[in-house]
Design a protein. Structure first.
Length: 271
């Protein structure tokens, strides 16, 4: 696919997807959505990619739906996603409850880490929340945004935020659609860390490189799937599934290597 709204790069086993409409603060369009799914599918299928970092170009991460697209919905009398009918389906097929826009992140085999270099609003905030981990630049603003446009909470934010930061805080952000800072988001538990803007990507890549160097590929995959499936099921089902996975994964050579590395007090050399 010819990329016009995003960039895709791979280095040291880490794929970076950059939202690349800096002149529009990386506002979301149908083209960007199409390319983003294509890039995710490409990264998930690449055996040399261990993790994915998502960030924005210029001064923004993603300020939500593009204003011109929003005006277009008014003229058309309803919502037009602006995407083709043949979108890539990254993460689909793992669990039926993940087979929807943005929820497909949970079906991926590899972790996704969001590096919020600038403001994130609406669908941009939803995208960040569907990542496994979130790091952000200090002093940036975030918002659910939808209330000021007479819209509902977008793309699962009404499901995500109460689970991530609790019902009381989630309701305040969802009902008011107010802007809040990355420092507030860190205090809420919505972010994993906040860094000065000039250090954000360096710190993010440092974390991700350590993650993929010390944790096996299969453990990352299965643990993610356990976490997101457990959001939908009872604790007994979670325990039974973990017992099944323990039995299966202990037969893998990476388990033996992990034990040896632990006993020898060295970093594991996973296959």
């Amino acid at each position: 696919m010819d990329l016009k709204a995003t960039r895709y790069d791979v280095k040291d086993g880490i794929a970076t997807i950059t939202l690349d409409r800096p002149q529009r603060m990386n506002a979301w369009t149908g083209r960007m959505h199409t390319e983003y799914r294509h890039n995710l599918a490409r990264a998930d299928a690449d055996p040399n990619v261990r993790a994915v970092v998502v960030t924005g170009s210029g001064r923004g991460f993603c300020v939500g739906g593009d204003a011109e697209a929003l005006s277009g919905h008014v003229k058309k009398g309803g919502y037009d996603p602006g995407t083709s009918v043949t979108l890539a389906t990254p993460g689909y097929g793992t669990s039926a409850e993940f087979d929807a826009a943005f929820a497909y992140h949970y079906g991926l085999e590899k972790p996704v880490i969001a590096a919020l270099n600038g403001p994130a609003a609406g669908v941009g905030l939803a995208l960040a929340c569907f990542a496994d981990l979130r790091f952000a630049a200090s002093g940036i603003k975030l918002t659910t945004a939808h209330g000021k446009l007479n819209l509902p909470a977008e793309y699962g934010l009404s499901w995500l935020l109460p689970r991530m930061i609790g019902l009381t805080r989630a309701n305040e952000l969802l009902l008011s659609s107010r802007a809040f800072t990355s420092e507030e988001a860190l205090a809420f538990g919505l972010l994993n860390a906040v860094y000065p803007a000039e250090r954000l990507l360096d710190e993010t890549y440092l974390y991700v490189r350590n993650l993929v160097a010390t944790v096996s590929r299969d453990s990352l995959k299965q643990t993610r799937w356990q976490v997101y499936r457990d959001l939908h099921r009872d604790v007994a089902a979670s325990v039974r599934d973990s017992e099944r996975l323990i039995n299966e994964m202990m037969r893998d050579p990476d388990y033996a290597e992990g034990v040896a590395a632990f006993l020898e007090k060295r970093k594991p050399r996973f296959t």
